[in-house]
Design a protein around this ligand. Structure first.
Ligand code: SAH
Length: 276
């Protein structure tokens, strides 16, 4: 089977399972040749709905190209529009940057930051070879974002975070969206799509996810957890999240706990979580 047919099959499956709903995200998946971003695997493996390790193995996986159905859910949350300026943290293969380039269109711009030199180089070469000219790959610790093209309409973090870094707060435009896979000590890992309104981020959607962790200087978590109820069993029992409000920790007030079930204070960001 040729790659176009395999892509069609992958997308049909993602539509059936509900992981793609919008026409724009469907079109992006139709257009990007996923197999060119993972030349190490067979054509049919490249179009299976699975994550593929591209550096390291097993628990030591440094980078993997994400499972298509998880990427599509994150991209639906990101709501990228033509002309948007988008920052990605964690380039990996460059596949997600290519999808976002399709979504932002020729007037848009994608800046994607990668901490591993070999991956950054390979992704830049693949993106160039596939004709994605509005994508810039930056070799850097993504905790610093990329100030040069800021502010961004969208920030998409492609590795697991425990906090929203100070630079991401600085570089996200008011009214913009940030999608970030969070593991904040409440059990589980969730990709959260937030919309920014002034100094607050409000969740618009939450999906279960599985990412490799962010590395670098600021990735150590020093969280403080406050629960409204004295019953501390919340941590051992996975709960489904209704909403999360995030504010800068320096500006967080005790009143946050009044309308949340649990508040997690990380060095940069405090998350007020409400359960279903
Ligand atoms: N979006 C990628 C998948 C990313 S996997 C794709 O479509 O293929 C996560 C990536 O984040 C890895 O490549 C890893 O090296 C990178 N990474 C980890 N910590 C980082 C950091 N602090 N700054 C930038 N990139 C980081």
């Amino acid at each position: 089977m040729d790659d176009a047919r395999l892509r069609e099959g992958m997308i049909a499956e993602m539509r059936r399972s509900g992981s793609i709903t919008s026409a724009a995200v469907t079109r992006a998946f139709e257009r990007v040749p996923r197999h060119r971003f993972v030349p190490e695997v067979s054509l049919s493996d490249a179009y299976a709905d699975r994550a593929i390790s591209i550096k390291g193995e097993g628990v030591d996986t440094v980078a993997s190209i994400s499972q298509p159905s998880m990427l599509s859910r994150m991209l639906e949350l990101a709501q990228i529009e033509p002309g948007n300026r988008v920052l990605e943290i964690g380039t990996g293969s460059g596949y997600n940057a290519a999808l976002m380039s399709e979504l932002a269109g020729p007037q848009g711009r994608i800046v994607t930051v990668e901490i591993e030199a070999d991956l950054a180089e390979r992704a830049a070469a693949t993106l160039r070879a596939c004709g994605y000219e509005n994508v810039r790959v930056v070799l850097e610790d993504g905790h610093a974002g990329s100030a040069e093209d800021a502010p961004y309409d969208r920030i998409v973090v492609s590795a697991r975070a425990t906090d929203i870094a100070a630079a991401w707060w600085e570089q996200l435009a008011d009214g913009g969206h940030i999608v970030v896979p969070l593991e904040i000590g409440i059990g589980g890992e969730y990709a959260v799509g937030f919309a920014r309104s002034g100094n607050e981020l409000r969740s618009e959607g939450v999906v279960h996810c599985l990412f490799v962790p962010l590395r670098g200087e600021q990735s150590a978590s020093r969280e403080h957890v406050f629960a409204r109820s004295s019953n501390a069993r919340y941590i051992s029992r996975p709960r489904s999240i209704r909403s999360i409000k995030a504010v800068k920790t320096a500006e967080a007030l005790p009143e946050l706990l009044e309308r949340a079930d649990i508040v997690v204070a990380q060095p940069q960001t405090t998350f007020a979580v409400t359960w279903d």
